[in-house]
Ligand binder design. Structure first.
Ligand SMILES: C[S@@+](CC[C@H](N)C(=O)[O-])C[C@H]1O[C@@H](n2cnc3c(N)ncnc32)[C@H](O)[C@@H]1O
Length: 373
């Protein structure tokens, strides 16, 4: 292929990518996705109800939500030949024998945006989960803000911020995650407002200051020497990356600026183990931190959360689960931890009122990221 042909193919690919939201919205894809709840991955329900859908919508759900292989003539119910070729040229559709599929990607309609993320699995790179959706729903930049989204993954929080921001920079240390984010920015037509950078937290934005910063960092506590999936391993108590973000705020957040972070940490039933440390960090760095805690989940052998952590590590690293359980139990014992605290941080850079305030919903209620009495 000549240089000129490559340029033409790329332009056709980008045009087809930008047209996807219109095609999918018109076919009823958003309704087929969101009818079971707008912010969850309900793969079993999408599959179970597939036959209820009109033929062209069934093809779209099969290929973009369920990851099935479909024939080119089935896709031709929705896309022109040129569009199919263009999506193949961008590797959004991958040929396999007579069929086409999306590899490992799902296409999620979220809060008015269309987002390519990775299919739920034990070790994703372009992660999307309930925490991604929860943070996206909480974000509130002000009109015209210059925003930074750290640990952006496929970029859902950056897209949400772009609705009110004048400019958004989104950073991920993994170039493959950043490439997903870039694809999502182009597909949603936001290249003029959202810039994706590959790098380690604030080192990707040296010398820049922001009105608003968001982050969904790797947030789960796990023994540092065990191979928990990178997108989730938050260090011994879940706070390794969160700590680094908080310490970077005095330089990166403008006075009066706001940062919103979702996270977890370990503790006993009385309190999260990081309470004193966060208070001290807030006071020393001129930050007012409001920590809203919806849930404190038991984190002992046999508890759902404990087993989930051990199982995920074992599955992702091909280890036997029992030794992983033993190592996790020993690790939590050294921390004196019996519970996992889920939290949202709302942080204001304000030298006059630094400190930490906690809202402990978990004492009277049960839930996860949301309270379900
Ligand atoms: C839990 S995922 C969140 C992804 C996305 N923001 C979301 O909510 O779905 C954490 C992301 O942080 C990225 N990450 C981990 N360490 C990082 C670092 N030091 N600097 C920038 N990104 C990092 C991972 O590659 C991963 O994409």
């Amino acid at each position: 292929m000549t240089g000129a042909q490559r340029t033409t193919t790329l332009a056709a690919g980008i045009a087809a990518l930008k047209n996807l939201p219109r095609v999918l919205a018109g076919e009823g894809y958003v309704d087929a996705y969101a009818i079971y709840g707008p912010l969850n991955l309900r793969v079993d329900l999408w599959a179970a109800d597939l036959d209820l859908l009109p033929a062209s919508l069934r093809v779209l759900v099969s290929v973009f939500l369920l990851g099935r292989r479909v024939a080119r003539d089935e896709l031709a119910l929705v896309f022109s030949d040129q569009e199919i070729d263009a999506l193949i040229s961008l590797s959004i559709l991958l040929p396999e024998g007579e069929k086409l599929h999306t590899g490992n990607m799902v296409l999620l309609p979220l809060l008015g945006f269309l987002v390519f993320a990775q299919r739920p699995g034990v070790n994703p790179i372009a992660y999307f989960g309930e925490d991604s959706a929860a943070l996206a729903l909480h974000l509130m930049p002000s009109r015209g803000d210059v925003c930074l989204d750290l640990c952006t993954g496929p970029g859902i929080q950056a897209l949400v911020c772009s609705g009110r921001a004048s400019r958004v920079i989104a950073v991920d240390v993994n170039p493959l995650a950043a490439a997903h984010a870039e694809l999502n920015v182009v597909m949603n037509g936001l290249e003029d407002r959202v810039e994706i950078r590959t790098g380690d937290l604030f080192s990707a934005v040296p010398g820049l200051e922001f009105d608003f910063i968001s982050a969904n960092p790797p947030l789960l506590p796990f023994p540092p020497d065990l191979p928990y999936p990178f997108v989730g391993h938050g260090g011994a108590d879940g706070l390794d990356i969160t700590r680094r973000i908080l310490k970077g705020l005095p330089a990166a957040l403008k006075p009066g600026g706001v940062c919103q972070i979702i996270g977890t940490c370990t503790g006993d039933w009385d309190a999260p183990g990081c309470e004193a440390e966060l208070r001290e960090l807030a006071e020393r760095n001129g930050l007012r931190i409001r920590m809203t805690i919806p849930s404190a989940l038991p984190l002992v052998r046999g508890a759902h959360m404990f087993d989930g952590l051990a199982w995920t590590c074992a599955a992702a690293a091909h280890l036997d689960v029992e030794p992983v359980r033993d190592a996790l139990e020993a690790h939590l014992r050294t921390l004196g931890a019996t519970h996992l605290y889920l939290f949202f941080l709302a942080i204001l850079r304000d030298d006059r009122k630094p400190g930490l305030e906690l809202t402990r919903h978990y004492e009277d209620h049960a839930g996860f990221w949301y309270i379900s009495r």
